[in-house]
Design a protein around this ligand. Structure first.
Ligand SMILES: *Cc1c(COP(=O)(O)O)cnc(C)c1O
Ligand code: SF4
Length: 443
């Protein structure tokens, strides 16, 4: 902790090493002591880019994750604070000139909204295809794409501890209300699950459901457990809290109460799966995260880990190998490596599929079988999760071997298919089928 935060927080500190949560966004980030030491051009870049991509950081990320000596190159800094190149040059120039001449709010908002719409805020047909209909109602807080798993977007979990601009959820954070998936009524969720006995997994997602206070979260869990749904075998929590605020699971009343709620899930006989988002081994290195992992495991939760592969952050095989190895040591199960989606700052974070596969391969060969539970690189696309399984040559033609790990048409899973090799393609829509007229999901 820096001197300034230390003195300000000392009086309010609770027991042990639990720091006070302080959150920063565009309106107050210049109060961060480490930021004040950065050159003014860098701060102006942050200001410009943050108009389009909102950002948020907290005292843990600032004081324990970012290595300020390495800024601006530090990966945790790049993950948290907007970077100039996240905007295309003409978008950057447009916003920068509006700020320089102190244009009025409405003019700025108009430009910002136009840019956001150009950045494909709703990839993979989430709005059109995945929101279920139930008794004539569109359940906008649910998505049900693969038969066994329902995604639930609790309305109080529609924000995050920090925002990542590669995230397909970014429209949820920027006040584009019509895009907001949210559902208040737990009752509707339960009725829906009752009517769908094929569902084994309910995945709480967001934003980040672990940003809710435990009092709110507890209501959802109590209602689900009381509803007595024997086919519901697993409750999954998709969260970045272990990386960005592990204290959520450590000391204090809210944390103790949360652990008690989570323990009740396990004691009810259901599997509790924490789907933890870790993008860099640094996020596994602090005392706080290690304690939080130990505490969650002690009540019987299983932590599985996933992250996109991101240029400037983790596009390096050694980084992934180290990350998976540490996860196994800590008792976590490596689960997915995702390809960054066709939304937001893909042009900044995107890694071509060919390179992503090479990195996956080179990392995989460095770890033992215990870490080879991980699958990827995988694209969550409209037809399903498409894995790049390999690059090979067949009858003299260089191709990608692709496999669906999840499919809107379930019978397509695990059937290999081929695409012409393309060194630069970032996403499935930039690939062409090989040895066939169409991809298998297009029939
Ligand atoms: C990834 C995903 C799931 C969960 O898939 P698993 O392979 O079971 O982890 C569920 N629904 C949607 C829409 C998804 O993208
Ligand atoms: S949902 Fe995950 S990836 Fe998206 S902004 Fe939140 S922490 Fe980042």
């Amino acid at each position: 902790m820096t001197q300034v935060l230390m003195t300000r927080n000392k009086a309010k500190r609770s027991s042990g090493d639990m720091p006070i949560y302080k959150s920063y966004a565009l309106h107050n980030y210049r109060n961060i002591p480490q930021i004040q030491r950065l050159p003014e051009e860098l701060l102006f870049d942050i200001e410009v880019v943050a108009q389009v991509f909102p950002f948020k950081a907290n005292s843990y990320v600032i004081n324990e994750l970012i290595r300020w000596d390495d800024v601006p190159n530090d990966p945790m800094f790049k993950l948290t604070f907007p970077q100039r190149d996240m905007l295309l040059p003409h978008h950057y120039e447009r916003i920068a000139s509006l700020l320089k001449r102190q244009a009025d709010k409405s003019e700025l908002n108009e430009a910002v909204n136009q840019i956001r719409i150009e950045l494909n805020p709703h990839p993979a047909g989430q709005m059109e295809y995945n929101v279920p209909l139930f008794n004539g109602m569109r359940l906008t807080g649910l998505q049900h794409k693969y038969s066994q798993t329902v995604l639930f977007f609790p309305s109080q979990g529609q924000t995050c501890h920090a925002y990542c601009s590669f995230c397909f959820r970014w429209p949820q954070f920027v006040g584009m209300d019509e895009y907001k998936f949210a559902m208040k009524e737990t009752e509707l969720l339960i009725d829906y699950l009752r009517a769908h006995p094929e569902v084994t997994d309910l995945l709480f997602t967001g934003g980040d459901p672990m940003i809710m206070s435990t009092r709110v979260f507890e209501n959802y869990i109590n209602a689900l457990l009381e509803a007595n749904l024997p086919h519901l075998r697993t409750i999954r929590l998709g969260t970045k809290a272990l990386s960005f605020w592990p204290y959520k699971f450590l000391h204090g009343d809210d944390a103790d109460r949360l652990l008690a709620v989570l323990r009740r899930i396990v004691e009810s006989g259901k599997h509790l799966a924490i789907m933890a988002h870790f993008s860099h081994p640094r996020e596994l290195s602090t005392r706080a995260v290690r304690k939080a992992i130990r505490r969650l495991r002690s009540i019987g939760a299983q932590i599985r880990t996933q992250s996109p592969i991101l240029r400037h952050i983790n596009d390096d095989a050694d980084v992934w190998a180290r990350m998976w190895q540490r996860q196994v040591e800590l008792g976590c199960v490596p689960y997915y490596m995702f390809v960054v989606r066709d939304t937001g700052a893909q042009h900044y974070f995107g890694v071509p599929l060919a390179r992503a596969w090479q990195i996956f391969h080179d990392a995989y060969m460095q770890v033992s079988g215990l870490a080879r539970t991980v699958r990827g690189p995988s694209m969550s696309a409209t037809p399903g999760k498409i894995q790049v399984s390999g690059i090979t040559e067949i009858h003299g033609e260089k191709v990608f071997v692709l496999t669906m790990l999840q499919a809107r048409k379930p019978e397509l899973v695990l059937k290999p298919f081929f695409a012409k090799y393309n060194e630069d393609a970032l996403w499935i829509d930039e690939l062409e089928p090989a040895f066939a007229e169409k991809f298998i999901f297009e029939n």
